[in-house]
Each structure stands twice: as C-alpha cells, then as structure tokens.
Design a protein around this ligand. Sequence first.
Ligand code: GLU
Length: 479
Amino acid sequence: MKAMISRFLAIALMLLLGLTACSSGGDSLQRIQSRGELKVATRNSSTTYFTGREGPTGFEYSLAMLLAEELGVELSVKTAFTLDELFKLLLRGDVDLAAAGLTLTDERAMQFPYTVPYLQLEPQVVYLAGQQRPRELDDLVGRELVVLADSSHAEFLRGLQQTRYPELTWEEVDSADTMVLLDMLDRGEAELAIIDSNEFSAQQSLYSRVKVGFRLGVEQDMVWYLPPGADNSRLQAYIEDFFARLEADGTLDRLQELQFGHTEGFSRISSHTFNLNMRTTLPQYKELIQQVADEYQLDWQLLAAIAYQESHWDPLATSPTGVRGMMMLTQPTARELGIENRLDPLQSLRGGARYLKDLRRRLPKGIREPDRTWFALAAYNIGLGHLEDARVLTQRQGGDPDRWEHVRERLPLLQKSAHYKTTRYGYARGVEAATYVRNIRHYQNILNWQDIADNKPLPPIRIDDYLPPMLQGTTLSAL
Ligand code: GLU
C-alpha cells in the first residue's frame, strides 16, 4: 500500500514538474518583457544582496537592477537561504535567472544554461591566526574543513577526494552566506574554510583574526544561471551585450570598488583594533553620535567612522599640533563654528558634522553621491584648496575630476614636486588624505555590516526539523 501511494505521488510530482517546465518554455526575453517584471533569485549576503541604510543593495542586486532598468521592467527579488534552494528556484522556473556570486562549474554547466562571465575570482583557504597555517592542498587532509553546502567548493572537494585524496573529509554548512563559515572559524568550531576571494575581502573586516592560508590558484568565472527548459538564447545575447557595456563604461569596476574594494590593503591589526573598540568604547557614545547625525541628517555610521578615524572615540584626544577633541577640530575651525569647548563630545561632534556638511555643500555641482561624500571627507582632511588642485591634476591627465576613484589616484601627486609646483596651493599630504577616506569608508562599512549581521532575517523555520522522521516531508496543510 505504502509503495503504491509513493508511486502515485511520484507520478503526480512528475506531471506537476512537466507542467511547470512547459509553462517556463518559450523565449525567455520575450516572457520577461511581456510580463513587465524580471524575477531574480539571489542569496542574502553582504556580497550579493542585503538591506543597507538606503534600502536594498549589494553587488548582484545593483547589476540586476541595472538590467531591469535597461529592459524597462520591474525587478523582483527572491532570496534563498541555501544554495540548494537557489538552484531549485531555477529548476522550477520560478525565476528568470540566479544572480548570486555563483561560480561556473562543470556539474552546474551540465544542468543549467548560463551567461558570459562578469567577474573573475579565486577561492582561498582561510584559517584562524595563531593556528597552523595551511599552505597547500596536502594540508587540508585531517583538518576540520568547512564549505557552503552545494557550493562550487564542495564540488571541488568531491573532485579532489575522488582523484588525489580519498581520505579528505569536510563539512558542508547549509547556508547561503559565507559569513557563517567565518563565524565558525572565529568561534573555533572549524579550522579551515574555503571561500571566494571577493566574499572574504568584503567580510574580512568583521573577522580580523581570520587569515588567508593559500589561494587555490585558479581564477574562476562568476556567471548568472538561467532556468533549463526555456529558450534562453536571446536573453543570453542580451546579457552578453549588457555586461560588455558595463565593462566598457567602467560601471562593473565602479560597482566592484563600491562593494568589495574598500578593504584592500587594510591591515588586519587595525581592523582588529576597530572591532575591539566598536564593542568596548562605541556603546558609550553611540546615542550621542546618533543624535548629532539625526540633527544634521547624516548617516550615524559615517559620523561614527569619522570620529573613530579622528580620535578613536576619545573626547579628550589631543595632537601635538593642538588639534583636539573627538572630531579633532583646530582652534580656528572651532571658533568659526562657534564651539566653546572642543573637549565636550557633543559640541565636538556637532562641529564636525556641520563642518562636513558645509564642505559637501561647497563642492562643485557635478560631483554626485556617493563620491560627493568621499570628496567632502578628503576636504575635511586636506582642505578644499588642495582637493581642487588634485582635481585639476586629474583633469590634466585625462581623468574625470568628478569621480573619486580618479582623484584619489592623483592625490599622492601633491607630494611630488614636479606636480605640486604646477598647482595653486602647492605641496600637500595627499597620500594621507587618500588613506583617511579609505579608512573611514572601511570603518563605516564594518559598522553597517555589524548592523546587518545584528538585524539579519532568520531563515524560515523548517517544520521537518521539529517532526519525527515518519512525518517528515508533510506540509502544514496536510497536517
Ligand atoms: N561562489 C560560490 C559558489 O558558487 C559561493 C560563494 C562561496 O562559497 O565562497 O558556490
């Protein structure tokens, strides 16, 4: 009897799947356009899609949004909490594509159509500082190794086990967010993890004790996967053009810079110190910072990041040159801002916030956000005059003086006589100004991510986890 029921269920399931496959047939580009909606599956993580201060954001989200805009359709996002779930959305034809930092692998390529690659990355073996550093594949054997379940890395390990290391073992973690792996290392629940380079560089700041042991040494392609069973050729060609355009006009680089770039070259030690201070000192001043940020309509994380860069959140900080207080204001600036006591954190924060807003307002109109904020920060450090010099040098060299990336590259020229001789305000410590902005962006990101990590949506409860084995697989309505 039981066998009959399960055969019946299997047949019903096949019929159902057949039906959905049929309904997802036809030209997929046409389907998206006539529906007026692009359905994208992704995973919730800081490298792909998350809710930031100004709403949904993330590398994949931004790309998908641009595609939807070009197609003139709405974007709808479905989030998966595991990679298995993500690929099931594709298999069922529930979405038009999966954009989720997915690596092109042999097994996936056999099952799913895919787009041209839009990014290259390299998987890395990471470990906790202070423990034995892995240096080559041999070192993976006999260690507690973790990867995301159904990830490209799990596929890679299966290959290794079948060919060279039959004794290799690892654990597959059911999550769509690599942060979970770093968490496990941090808590001593695993020794090694394999994680993509971009994922690691974006999250490293929260896990300053985790280090790269070695790179797997193969550049891998990141692609979007499409549902099988439909005619995807026009959609594929459209996306190929789309990526080519984003590459040619610098959008891809800019997005990468925005989402993953700010951590490069940042020392683990300073990240670690920041993390410590974030837990110990910041709570004392957080409310005050939020209050002032509200008053001046600034992002509190930005204001907190500046205050950290200036004084490590020490209201009594004093530099040998007489700059003082939490926001390290000079005496003349404080006077101009009407500040009586620079050592009073509230006054200092208010002064700094006002000064920053003022600088941001005075910048040339052509500079748009988010670059406008980075320029204002540079001016906070080096002054508007020197910043203007750097913009002139940028233009002279054929760069775009309204783009932070271009001007940041030229700021160090203010220290080279061949260049600063030709500017209006002369020598300035341009390297310091560039580092200043980079640090603040870095701190601001850590604060944002900490917020995201604290407020992350929990995966839906799986009833199977609460049912005895004989009832598992039952749906709520059947109960
Ligand atoms: N790129 C990986 C994959 O396609 C996911 C991210 C990671 O595990 O580092 O499975």
